[in-house]
Ligand binder design. Structure first.
Ligand code: GDP
Ligand code: MG
Length: 306
């Protein structure tokens, strides 16, 4: 057989998960892959970068792009995040609109739908009516009708990232819309994220889960060093906040908060590396980093050349 011949019936392509913050885009990606590639929290705007996750199937390969939630930007960081999401809609084969059927549509969902209207001629839209475990089918259908009034939806599927309901239907719906072609990534590849980024995200997730109000949002994590010393991996990382008072909160009374963040992160990192991990965390103030493009660049929040 000609090695360049497309395997008969094999489908391959890109599908972008979009939606307002907190609807479950990252949770869906992790559940579909059966592998945690994107961090998740109960707070909006947890995801700040485009996350790639590859689903390998017998008859195809779906390259999912998880994106930051589309919302009204307040800081330069927000503008960056929204731009990442919008760009991830360009030149993909399918857009997956994720909505939260329990909460229903909000003004932010309308922003997302507007963006999808701009691309729907070229990019077919599949809708994931997510968090179906929290509400009824009738409610989901009502939300779906509302979406269809504004958008040409090719297919919609009730899903739950928690129970796994509808995930295989969602995969089928996406696969159907993909072109035939060779896989983009080798079979062992689940994500394209560099190790340093994965580690910083794991730490950032713990901060999102353990702190409140402005604290998670004013935090960025940068991994300085990862050294594999055989039986133990030694990691040095910085936690950046915007002001001294936030530094105090991240460190906590007698260092208790930082210890907890470090402990939770270390436990997950030990599962990730399958060995013992020493995690050294330092907290530093980087004044108003969310507003400064120079700081954003230093912390890795910048748009790569396409
Ligand atoms: N009950 C329920 N909760 C969900 C589901 N999907 C996501 N969540 C929760 O919703 C919150 C936001 O999830 P996340 O994946 O970070 O949303 P994202 O901002 O759209 O990426 C987290 O607390 C998740 O555990 C779902 O299908 N059912
Ligand atoms: Mg997310």
């Amino acid at each position: 057989m000609d090695p360049l011949e497309v395997p008969k019936g094999f489908k391959a392509g890109f599908a972008t998960l979009v939606g307002r913050p907190n609807v479950g885009k990252s949770s869906l990606l992790n559940a579909i892959l059966g592998h945690k590639v994107a961090i998740v929290s109960d707070k909006p705007q947890t995801t700040r970068n485009r996350i790639l996750g590859v689903k390998h199937l017998e008859n195809g390969q779906i390259v999912f792009l998880d994106t930051p939630g589309i919302h009204k930007p307040k800081y330069r960081l927000d503008e960056y995040m929204v731009e990442v999401a919008v760009r991830a809609l360009k030149d993909v084969d399918v857009a997956i609109l994720v909505v939260d059927v329990k909460e229903g549509l909000t003004e932010e969902d309308t922003l997302v739908i507007e963006r999808l209207r701009e691309v729907q001629e070229k990019t077919p839209v599949v809708c994931a009516l997510n968090k179906i475990d929290l509400t009824s089918r009738e409610r989901a259908e009502q939300v779906e009708r509302e979406i269809r009034r504004a958008l040409d939806v090719k297919r919609s599927v009730c899903t739950s990232a928690v129970t796994g309901e509808g995930l295989s239907d969602l995969i089928d719906a996406v696969l159907e819309l993909l072109p035939e072609g060779y896989p983009y990534y080798p079979p062992e590849m689940v994500t394209d994220q560099p190790e340093y980024f994965m580690v910083s995200e794991i730490i950032r997730e713990k901060i999102f889960n353990l702190t409140r109000q402005e604290i998670p949002y004013s935090t960025a994590v940068m991994v300085e060093n990862i050294k594999d010393k055989g039986n133990v991996v030694v990691i040095d990382a910085y936690v950046f906040v915007e002001k001294d008072s936030q530094k105090g909160i991240i460190i906590g009374q007698s260092g208790r908060m930082l210890k907890k963040i470090g402990q939770y992160a270390r436990e997950e990192l030990e599962r990730f590396y399958q060995k013992k991990v020493y995690l050294n965390l330092w907290v530093k103030v980087k004044e108003k980093w969310r507003r400064k493009s120079g700081s954003l660049r230093e912390l890795g929040y910048y748009l790569r050349k396409e």
